[in-house]
Design a protein around this ligand. Structure first.
Ligand code: ADP
Ligand code: MG
Length: 381
């Protein structure tokens, strides 16, 4: 067993005075392509990261849940009476999972959970979904619940939407629960059809750099809500259930008067096309064909959806100048991470060039890693 798992089991012993009955984990994710398409009933293509939230757990017989985050250095405890939407603090992501399971008619016994995570927080790699899905996977096993993968993802989403109060789509939880190693998940956010598409980067002589710009997401909540509202308003004008339903983009644009709304619609429609093209390319083993799609996605997010910020644009431009085949911001926007498709062994060099450009621009140092498409949530031991 890896020492990180041993450390977590030791931490469990120290905090609870007894041994854990098992270890569970759920990953963060990076979205290869398909940004702000999920809540428009469209397409996304995330893959799961190696980085994940790990949980050591054991049942308790007093009907309470005690959750320790080694990252936060805090231990929180709650009982059935505390399970009210709007709870504050990081423990809401755990309590909300208990709440969502109980809302769905399951009975959840008390438990001790000690968790540790290496998913960067607030970087757009979905540490929140990793936490929810890890708690959900742990509690489902401890309570011998038979819940399908899609339903698990939807329960974790319900926690985030209704208990924590963040109006996000299903992508993050679907990725954390349903992804498999060496694949991306081509996910239809309307039908929930999920296709595993092979993503053998090293076999193609490639690697995927993830670079965290470390830009604070000051505006993310209000701007996210504004983008959603704009998409909904466009649907009202067009008489459509979702922007997914636009077949003829030019005709739709001709019926919209507001130039901002036109740009928002154009992003969503062209981004859905790019996700479909990316899925076809991967199904044919043409991984390099992702590169121009990544570039076009970034331009669309920058110019039409207007969700990038100067450090993110600089990171993408510097990646391209440094030899990346294609690059884009990933995640909801206004900061966070970029991804860049580069040749094997080139990620560090490209990251160094971005770091140098950041220093010249007076930005703080970014952080980076090479992403490997990894397994979704499950029991480790
Ligand atoms: P993202 O999902 O992009 O990383 P969010 O703002 O959606 O960013 O979620 C981050 C929040 O999730 C943190 O502020 C914290 O409340 C919670 N969280 C994530 N990882 C941990 C962890 N290891 N321990 C405790 N809370 C965590
Ligand atoms: Mg999140």
């Amino acid at each position: 067993m890896a020492s990180v798992d041993d450390d977590l089991l030791d931490a469990f012993d120290e905090r609870t005075g007894r041994a854990a009955v098992g270890l569970w984990a759920a990953p963060g994710r990076v979205n290869l392509i398909g940004e702000h398409t999920d809540y428009n009933d469209g397409f996304v293509m995330p893959f799961a990261l190696e980085q994940r939230v790990r949980i050591a757990a054991a049942p308790r017989d007093d009907g309470r849940w005690q959750v320790s985050s080694l990252n936060q250095g805090s231990t929180e405890s709650f009982g059935a009476d505390d399970l009210r939407p709007g709870m504050s603090g990081w423990q809401a992501y755990a309590a909300g999972v208990v709440w969502a399971l109980e809302q769905a008619g399951h009975t959840i016994a008390g438990a001790d959970l000690v968790l540790a995570s290496d998913v960067p927080v607030g970087a757009g790699l979905s540490s929140s979904a990793a936490l929810e899905c890890a708690v959900l996977t742990t509690l489902a096993d401890l309570n011998s619940l038979d819940i399908g993968l899609l339903d698990r993802a939807r329960l974790a989403q319900r926690c985030e939407n209704e208990f924590v109060g963040a109006p996000t789509g299903l992508m993050d939880q679907a990725a954390s629960i349903m992804c498999t190693a060496d694949h991306a998940l081509f996910f239809d956010c309307r039908s929930y059809a999920a296709d595993q598409v092979a993503l053998d980067l090293s076999g193609a002589g490639l690697e995927l750099l993830v670079l965290d710009t470390k830009t604070p997401h000051a505006l993310v909540d209000s701007e996210y809500a504004a983008r959603r509202a704009s998409c909904e308003a466009a649907c009202d004008v067009l008489g459509l259930a979702a922007l997914r339903d636009i077949d003829d983009l030019d005709a739709a644009l001709g019926r919209l008067a507001d130039p901002v709304m036109k740009r928002r619609v154009r992003h969503v429609v062209t981004e859905n096309d790019r996700v479909r093209q990316a899925a076809e390319a991967l199904a044919d083993g043409r991984i390099r064909a992702l590169a121009p799609l990544l570039d076009a996605s970034h331009a669309s997010m920058r110019d039409d959806f207007e969700i990038t910020v100067p450090p993110v644009d600089l990171a993408v431009e510097s990646a391209r100048a440094g030899g990346a085949l294609g690059a884009r911001m990933t995640g909801g926007g206004f900061g966070g991470c970029i991804i860049a498709l580069v040749g094997t062994g080139e990620a560090s060099g490209v990251a160094e060039q971005i770091g140098a450009a950041f220093a010249r621009a007076g930005y703080g140092p970014p952080e980076h890693f090479v992403a490997r498409p990894s397994a979704g949530a499950g029991r480790i031991s």
